[in-house]
Write a protein that binds this ligand. Sequence first.
Ligand code: DLL
Length: 434
Amino acid sequence: MPIWNKEAECASSEARQKLQLDRLQKTVERVYSRVPFYRERLDRAGVNPDSITSLKDIARLPFTSKDDLRQTYPYGLLACDPADLVEIHTSSGTTGTPVVGAYTALDIDMWSDVMARTLSMAGCEKGDTVQNGYGYGLFTGGLGVHYGARRIGANIIPISAGNTRRQLMIMRDFGTTLLTCTPSYSLFLAEAALEEGIDFRTLPLKAGCFGAEPWSENMRVEIESKLNISAHDIYGLTELIGPGVASECEHKNGQHFNEDYFYPEIVNPETGEVLPDGEKGELIITSLQREGTPLLRYRTRDITYLMREACPCGRTSVRIHRLLGRTDDMMIIRGVNCFPSQIENVLMRIEGTQPHYQIVIDRGATHLDEIEVQVEVEQAIFSDVTRAMEQLRKRIHNELKSELGISAHIKLVEPRSIARSEGKAQRIIDKRSL
Ligand code: DLL
């Protein structure tokens, strides 16, 4: 597999830490002198740019939250001359004021580099044809992948999200070798291909970069076998840059973090205390070379842990484990905490279920939380005698109960009855908050 930027990705820890400290000092200096919001925050914390003399001092910096971004919408965190901006992205804003990422030419250059690394990890080289099924527009997925593929010199098909039949036609006719889209959409493509009589084993498609939403190891197995490809997990968020923060190499044992541009920490989400490597907690990220909207210790709300063991691919960067959930999509069902990803894990390992499910939470007449897990089952089971259905229902119920301690109603539904999404799949419908 090609390593795109050997110098950065395979750096010694001394060289990397030296670079990180230098960039951290410059970032603190930049926001202190240019962003009144940060100057005030840093003053309040009793920290100024000169206080940062080692990487450990990062723990003295204040956190930045999603609320801070919303309250300063649209340009309150801008750290460059507005005339130097070349591009804007925002989150979809479905849950409130959107968060903004503003990019200078140097930011786009850095984004292209980290996305070239990401695609290279999945084997992408000049000569490959990348079908980019992430949405183009304010969402960062489309253009992020686009810039990375351009940097590599691959042939890019900017098809964007949706239009499933056309995706399949283009994939077949243009000989796509690498697919990028959400993991749930890749499975939707696989289903549609069956209907169109397209067999993935006859296509040159070899790999895919999937992210932007949670997925499980079992879902990877499904994708790899149904699309006959190698499926790589890729991570990022609008606030920091978009995709390109971390991604999986061919060993698929955690995502290599682009540490020369983003500094990761794991903290206890309740106390903010920094946790040692290997312990689960909230991922905090400081951008180290952003010009437009640099962020100090951004609280991602994503839960994972850091893995520092050497990776056989030769990259020396720290890795993050596949995301384990979010501090805010944690469901509390009658006092029991659980994440949709845990439910998905249980569902996916049970024979007969399909990787399409939805979780509905409501308050029953008793005002107690009720959770219903709707999952599609194979057609053969669905049309089978009720006994097989009943057995499967019981098995899912019991495994969820023993693994997560929740007692869920299980509703087995027909294949293709749960709404498909072209972008991020909606897994949870929480009627309690309506
Ligand atoms: O989803 C950026 C992206 C585009 C990543 C394409 C990967 C591929 P946002 O819309 O701001 O940005 O959403 C960011 O999505 O905080 C995670 O909770 C979730 N997320 C992103 N990648 C993964 C992943 C893009 N690989 C939020 N696994 C993040 C699980 C992911 N969750």
